[in-house]
Design a protein around this ligand. Sequence first.
Ligand SMILES: Cc1cc2nc3c(=O)[nH]c(=O)nc-3n(C[C@H](O)[C@H](O)[C@H](O)COP(=O)(O)OP(=O)(O)OC[C@H]3O[C@@H](n4cnc5c(N)ncnc54)[C@H](O)[C@@H]3O)c2cc1C
Length: 426
Amino acid sequence: MKKCVVIGGGFAGLSAACFLSNLGFQVELIEASNKLGGRAYSFFDKENDTMIDNGQHILMGCYKETLEFIKLINAEENFLYRKNLEVNFLAPDFRLKKLKIPSLPYPINLLFGLLTFDAISFIDRLKVIRFFLAIPFYSDWRLKKLSAYQWLLLEKQNERIRKALWDFLIIGALNTNPQKASAKVFKDILIQIFFKGNKASTIILPRHGLSECYCNNAQRFIEDKGCRIILSETVKEFVIDEKRITKLITDKRTIEQFDYVITAVPLYSLTKILPASINSSLPELHYSPILNIHIWLKENRLQKPFYGLIGSHVHWIFNHPTHITIVISDADEGIEKDKNELFDLVLKELSKYAGIKKEDVASFKVIKEKRATFIPDNNSLNKRASITTPFTNLILAGDWIDTGLPSTIEGAVKSGRTAAELVKQS
Ligand SMILES: Cc1cc2nc3c(=O)[nH]c(=O)nc-3n(C[C@H](O)[C@H](O)[C@H](O)COP(=O)(O)OP(=O)(O)OC[C@H]3O[C@@H](n4cnc5c(N)ncnc54)[C@H](O)[C@@H]3O)c2cc1C
């Protein structure tokens, strides 16, 4: 039986390990930290007696690879699926605006949903529909030269439309602002979400803490197949002959018995393992932070599962049974602020949009993810690394690999599954 070492236990590493162990390979997954999940995990917050996520994550109906992975590891019931897209937006003073796609045949329902989106005027809704109709006719070549913002201006999407709709999609899905985001990447996600049938645009939420939703199932799946997961062990170095990785040196041992190695670590971790001569051929990506502020309220009057805040630098409120989670994406400005400063900033917005005051808050916790995702600007398009390497037994995975997808769970899972397929074929 061929043996594959998978380095990294985030979505990419877990998907590679699950698909490979399912194919009958002997897999050993090595993870540096003392838990699985990488950038998408949960932990028990003793102070507030609650399981919380490092950051709120959502999946979408168009996450085909992720949904297959979740099915494989028997974790489908850990997620909450909806039949149609429904997003509730808040304007100041608790004014609720809805984008709701009704249960009609696709794409009539999409058209109907856009025509009834009451955060913008009727004329603006028609402008949005006109833009939708123009999207497929833009060539990738042309869009690779534009930012999402420039494209929206070209398509006469005014500030009202951008604030109430496009900014949410771009900042939410790409974790960067429209001025930086590549118009090509923006087009790709619009096609994935809105042009692939009704299910593609639906939002899927984890029912429990993230680790409980997929890490535990993935671990069980891998171990039931007779494979191993090793935590708290860091791969430090590769020993390489001309064409192959011959040894892996970790902080605990030297590993020599393997046929293949899949690395599923972020680019900034990989460059520490690879020899300097190879590092020079790897791309240089730039990263964007995400802030999550978890707030425990004395009394929670919010009704909907989540809200987008129109025109605010605080982007989303997610409503959990025990607490609410405030998400600030593209958070370059907030990342250096201390937790009290951030809390005050968030509270100002919560007061303005949802009437939540300081005296309503029992407790809060700030979690900063500095390098949450890489920035999908036009520069990054040609820089993402291929899954294959000059070494016959080394394959790269991770959300930064050139999967054609932005830095998301779907990109990570796709890279892991593709890496497993490559091992199977070689
Ligand atoms: C706050 C936040 C919110 C997000 N929201 C969303 C969302 O809503 N939807 C979405 O699709 N995506 C979202 N993302 C992005 C998503 O989390 C990532 O794209 C995805 O988790 C990346 O998975 P990965 O396996 O490629 O990398 P990682 O999750 O970074 O996993 C890499 C793993 O490798 C390990 N490792 C590193 N070096 C070594 C070494 N030398 N030896 C052994 N192990 C090593 C690390 O400890 C880590 O566990 C969000 C990210 C953040 C941070």
